[in-house]
Design a protein around this ligand. Structure first.
Ligand SMILES: [Zn+2]
Length: 224
């Protein structure tokens, strides 16, 4: 059985980039949890550095990842500095990582995001110190007009699912069609709950994981 480790950038006291009402540590988590769910739907065993908003130092992520001994490792970040598009970093010393980066890049383009390319980094700890073939994804820029491609949890989940499909291709696992999309009524309930209670995207993401989330949203949406 295939094993994949997901590193979730930042968290807790370290928010990462913040702009346009988005906080990178939250966005990274929403993308990573969507990626995890999609991989698990295909029978992949997933290790992840955090599943909620908590401190998550890079050194600890790398230690956990190496202890997990995954077949592939993906670190999820998003960008700042006023650019536009996705980019993916690799060490340049591992052919599998290079192919994985290419598969992920193709899937990201498939959801409408442009790519700045696959880049070799000699300084990023993640790509240098992780033993498995490893890539580090920067999905979009929070601080430029690029943020509109991922300014809701729904759009952020699409990135995570695209990363998962890239991983599945690299693992040689056929991608299964998505289950039935959520009925519009359920999405409307979710939206009205978020607006009414003023929950942020990270909170909604947490609630989505509850197995009776659909029923909960319906009840809350109906409550006067
Ligand atoms: Zn980051």
């Amino acid at each position: 059985m295939s094993k994949v480790f997901i590193g979730v950038g930042h968290g807790g006291k370290d928010p990462g980039a913040c702009a346009n009402g988005l906080r990178e540590s939250y966005v990274n988590l929403i993308m990573a949890l969507a990626m995890k769910a999609e991989l698990e739907r295909h029978g992949v065993t997933v290790g992840i550095s955090r599943t909620r908003d908590e401190d998550d130092r890079l050194a600890e992520e790398i230690r956990k990842c190496n202890a997990f001994r995954p077949d592939l490792a993906v670190e999820v970040h998003n960008n700042a500095g006023g650019g536009d598009g996705f980019e993916c970093f690799i060490s340049g010393k591992n052919e599998t990582a290079r192919r994985l980066a290419g598969q992920i890049e193709a899937e990201v383009k498939g959801i409408g995001q442009n790519s700045r390319g696959i880049k070799v980094s000699t300084s990023l700890g993640w790509v240098r110190q992780v033993n498995a073939p490893a890539v580090l994804c920067e999905g979009f820029f929070l601080d430029s007009a690029d943020y509109r491609i991922a300014d809701t949890a729904e759009k952020q989940r699409k990135f995570g699912q695209a990363y998962a499909r890239g991983v599945l291709q690299q693992l040689g696992i056929a991608v299964k069609p998505q289950g039935r999309p959520e009925p519009p009524a359920a999405l409307a309930d979710r939206r009205s709950v978020q607006e009414r209670f003023g929950f942020d995207d990270a909170t909604m993401c947490y609630l989505d994981g509850y197995r009776f989330a659909g029923a909960l949203y319906r009840r809350l949406a109906e409550t006067k």
